[in-house]
Design a protein around this ligand. Structure first.
Ligand code: C2O
Ligand code: CU
Length: 488
């Protein structure tokens, strides 16, 4: 792999280009062709945002489809990836209708990263009964934290993500000094065959390895979009890895940039060299854009060759002069981990014997999703237990019962040659240590566990309920690398 360091032309990290100009005002809200679009939320009462979704199939020709139209599944008409923006303290009310085109295709919406009450978490059979085709579901909650979150269904997710059924939820209110602009980048590949139709979203071979890869890459529905930004400005980029399986390592070529939040959680600005991200992970970056007429490229250094995810082209007079000095975001209050009293819990992430032999043999066949939103075969396990293939009346026991308010240290041990982005619902982890690298002490809801790595994460048990704990490579999740913890 080519690392970020090999490619940095000069350590420009915190030295912005000086140019005469004026200070920034305003934020660009202009939408570009294939951008995720903002949902127009109906104000129903002071401090309440109400959104109605209509989950359905909508033939769409995104720019990355090269003129082809594909049967995407989306949350609403006219928008491929909706963005819901709200302010901290507002209530969010959603009504959604399941109009998906396949008989028996149940749905529920999970709000990834949000620490909301368990009955709003959107996990079928676990926190609610799933919503059948033709029926309506609703959610209502007040997000307790600011940040970059997203939402998705939680059954047959490989296909749902594969068809584009994902949306962004941004809770505003963390900025001490507003940036000059903001851009949301949503990275996602598509599985399209030579005939222009979707390929099977999952294969045994992919599910038993790192996941079944897409054939067409995209950011906001385009291949390597060129995004116009103000010159010499500090812009906030909310980067989302929402591919069903891809691991990426993002970084800028030769630009002043700082990481300001991980999975929506503000951190003291950290020079941004590169950051490795699995599916479900988000990164907020502050970038000092280039001088007028010049551009800065965002790369994925984890591809075979460094791949240009997006290019930021500067236009107009420079907004800022002087050095790049990123302002930190406000940090939301959270319960402090008590490391001395914390109870330690080991979690081993492994392959099942079937998974290992399929990965070795390279068999290709479709896997079927059964009634528990799981594949009928299990290739992966947590603590030697593959998420039960039996029926949803018996979910099996939790991995552990945690007491709300108590501190825990999860020892995550990967005994496989694959990376696994490990996600917990309704909580954030604090990364304490890694056996393989220096991992900054950040809070996140999804932590990337590298091949054969051991990571320790701290966790203060939150709201009571059953909280899913799983790999966010969707085929791993569906093929056994999932379970739950129970907070009482
Ligand atoms: Cu985005 Cu259960 O996860
Ligand atoms: Cu995994």
């Amino acid at each position: 792999m080519v690392t970020r360091r090999d490619l940095i032309a000069g350590a420009a990290a915190f030295s912005g280009s000086a140019a005469a100009g004026f200070l920034a005002v305003g934020r660009r809200v202009k939408a570009r062709a294939a951008d995720p679009q903002e949902v127009i939320a109906r104000p129903i009462a002071e401090g309440v945002k109400a959104v109605t979704f209509d989950l359905a199939e909508r033939p769409t020709a995104l720019p990355c489809f090269d003129g082809k139209t594909l049967p995407l599944w989306t949350f609403e008409s006219g928008t491929t990836f909706p963005i819901v923006r709200m302010k901290l303290g507002e209530r969010f009310d959603t009504v959604f209708k399941n109009n998906l085109p396949m008989a028996g295709e149940v749905a529920s919406i999970h709000w990834h990263g949000l620490r909301i009450p368990n009955d709003q978490d959107g996990v079928p059979y676990m926190t609610q009964q799933p919503i059948a085709v033709g029926s309506e579901g609703r959610y209502s909650f007040v997000p307790p934290d600011t940040g970059s979150f997203f939402f998705h269904t939680h059954c047959n997710s490989t296909e749902h993500f594969g068809r584009g059924l994902i949306g962004v939820l941004i809770v505003e209110g963390d900025e001490i000094s507003p940036p000059d602009d903001e851009v949301v980048l949503l990275m996602k590949d598509w599985r399209i065959g030579p005939d222009g139709a979707f390929l099977p979203f999952t294969t045994d071979e992919g599910a038993a390895k790192g996941g079944t890869p897409g054939t067409v890459r995209s950011v906001n529905g385009e291949r390597s979009p060129v995004i116009t930004v103000p010159s010499s400005a500090d812009i906030r980029i909310r980067f989302y890895n929402l591919d069903p399986m891809r691991i990426s390592e993002i970084g800028f070529e030769n630009a002043g940039a700082a990481i300001i939040a991980v999975d929506g959680n503000g951190i003291p600005p950290m020079p941004f060299e590169s950051w490795r991200m699995g599916t479900g992970m988000r990164l907020d970056v502050l970038l000092r854009t280039a001088a007028p007429g010049e551009s800065v490229k965002l790369f994925d250094y984890f591809s075979k060759e460094p791949y240009v995810l997006a290019e930021f082209k500067s236009e107009g007079p420079p907004k800022r002069t002087g050095p790049f000095e990123p302002t930190p975001l406000k940090v939301m209050p959270f319960a402090k981990l008590d490391e001395t009293s914390a109870q330690r819990m080991p979690f081993e992430f492994s392959a099942t014997p079937t998974g290992a032999s399929i990965a070795a043999a390279g068999t290709v066949s479709d896997i079927q999703i059964g009634p528990l939103c799981l594949s009928k075969r299990t290739f992966w396990a947590i603590n030697k237990q593959a998420w039960p293939g039996h029926d949803h009346k018996d979910l099996g026991p939790p991995f552990a019962v945690l007491k709300s308010g108590n501190s825990y240290i999860f020892e995550l041990k990967n005994t496989t040659p694959r990376s696994h982005p490990i996600h917990i619902h309704g909580h954030t982890f604090e990364v304490l240590s890694s056996s393989l690298r220096h991992h900054p002490r950040v809070r996140c809801d999804t932590v990337l566990l590298l091949p054969n790595e051991r990571i320790e994460v701290g966790l203060v048990a939150g709201e009571p309920g059953k909280w899913m704990f799983h790999c966010h490579i969707l085929e791993h999740q569906e093929a056994g690398m999932m379970g739950y913890i129970e907070v009482v």
